[in-house]
Design a protein around this ligand. Structure first.
Ligand code: PMT
Length: 416
């Protein structure tokens, strides 16, 4: 089973940065929620934050000294605190903090600590709606995201300042912030920047690679759909590995909970027909197509514009029609394009993968048995057998999906 967002925080060491905003009082609830989910919390309070809430509140909640001033006697040493933490959440994050973090400015404890910290960071901004929509703030958000920081946008609602009314700028609910932190830690990226894989030789430089990932959804009515448990991890790992080997990558992604990788183009789709259209649009000029997605093979013949009610005879009403097969359509006229498919089997053996290799005109196919505990849907590892058209067969794993992705790309590079 994949680790849930709640389990992702168990035993983690989290630094909570608190900026100067009326919403600073909600940071206390964030701290409580983190601790309730099993995390150890240390708080860093900015000078502006301390004008809204005092350090005694956080010391009382966490049982730990609060860090505020780099030079004060007895303050936790910032390099040691950076080495201690697994991840950081800054909530509320002000426009000032976003700008400084994006620009690499280190003029107080929190901003200095953020530069010294090699792990993953989530910012939850809260501010006046005009400040949030200001191009300077949005530029900072863009820079931070490109640096791999997760920025949880403010939500719509009543804003704190008198007469401000409603707008986008409100700090998300503390539970939603902690959920997002848990999702960030259980998602595809490594927990610490220091754990990033060693750079690979740029053997895909100048190549264009299209990767499909995740499930597709086929709606029955406004509240129900047909889908499958694909998390997108395998496809995202392939897209990120291809990017890191120098390729220009387009990732066509069904609905998944992973944060979007930076440095590549992500096209979001919902249905199999949308995925096919996005792939066909991305293919001109491409060298490689890798189909790691689990597109729904069927869709309901009719989509109801209103919710079906129990007793409407739904049991008899569901009639399915076949969806297009994306790889088969591409395979029919692929020219020099290298096409890699997966075969997700649950009962059929590797011979089924060889049938797909032939029938879809693939160059490589990765067989995975999704009933294995370390392979297939949702888990962070995979175990595949990679077949090529010349009769080659290579068993890979069980290994982290990123490592499996590297071995599949080795196979692709051998064909290019
Ligand atoms: O996303 P994860 O949780 O990390 O899980 C990874 C995975 C199990 C989804 C992945 O490893 C995998 O096996 N992907 C292929 C899933 C699948 O649809 O398998 P299939 O045997 O039904 O299809 C064979 C190939 O045809 C696949 O490459 C698939 O992307 C492609 N296909 C399938 C249906 C369709 N309508 N169009 C397609 O192109």
């Amino acid at each position: 089973m994949a680790r849930t967002a709640v389990g992702a925080l168990e035993g983690r060491r989290i630094v909570l940065g608190v900026g100067g905003s009326v919403a600073a009082y909600k940071a206390a609830i964030v701290a409580r929620e983190l601790m309730r989910r099993g995390a150890a919390v240390r708080v860093v309070l900015t000078a502006a934050g301390a004008r809204f809430v005092g350090p005694a509140l956080f010391t009382g909640l966490t049982g730990q000294a609060v860090a505020s001033d780099l030079f004060s006697e007895g303050a936790p040493e910032h390099i040691a605190l950076a080495a201690w933490a697994d991840a950081a959440v800054v909530a509320p994050a002000t426009a000032d903090l976003l700008g400084k973090a994006a620009g690499g400015i280190a003029d107080d404890y929190l901003t200095t600590w953020l530069l010294a910290f090699p792990g993953r960071v989530l910012f939850a901004p809260a501010m006046n709606r005009h400040m949030w929509s200001h191009p300077a703030v949005q530029r900072s958000v863009g820079v931070l995201r490109a640096d791999g920081v997760v920025v949880l946008p403010p939500v719509y609602g009543a804003l704190a300042a008198t007469g401000e009314g409603e707008g986008w700028g409100r700090l998300p609910d503390p539970v939603a912030i902690v959920d997002a932190l848990g999702a960030m830690l259980s998602a595809n990226g490594p927990a610490r920047r220091a754990d990033l894989p060693a750079p690979h030789a740029p053997d895909l430089a100048g190549r264009r690679v299209v990767v499909t990932a995740g499930p597709t959804r086929e709606r029955l009515d406004p509240v129900r759909f047909l889908s499958n448990p694909s998390s997108g991890r395998m496809g995202y790992a392939l897209a990120e590995a291809a990017r890191d080997r120098g390729a220009e990558v387009t990732l066509v992604s069904g609905p998944v909970q992973l944060s979007f990788p930076t440095g590549l183009t992500v096209v979001r789709v919902e249905t199999t027909r949308q995925m096919l259209a996005a792939v066909l649009e991305a293919l001109p000029g491409a060298d490689v197509l890798i189909g790691a997605a689990a597109p729904a093979d069927w869709r309901p013949a009719e989509v109801s514009p209103i919710k079906w009610k129990k007793g409407d005879g739904g049991e008899q009403r569901i009639r399915l029609v076949a969806n297009p097969d994306i790889l088969a359509e591409v395979g029919r006229q692929k020219g020099r394009l290298i096409v890699v498919g997966f075969a997700a089997e649950a009962g059929a053996g590797p011979e089924e993968a060889l049938r797909k290799l032939r029938d879809k005109n693939l160059d490589l196919v990765a067989y995975n048995d999704v009933r294995e505990p370390d392979a297939g849907f949702e888990v962070t590892t995979n175990h595949v057998i990679l077949f090529d058209r010349a009769g080659g067969r290579q068993e890979i794993g069980p290994l982290p999906k990123r490592a499996v992705a590297e071995r599949i790309l080795d196979g692709v590079c051998g064909l290019l």
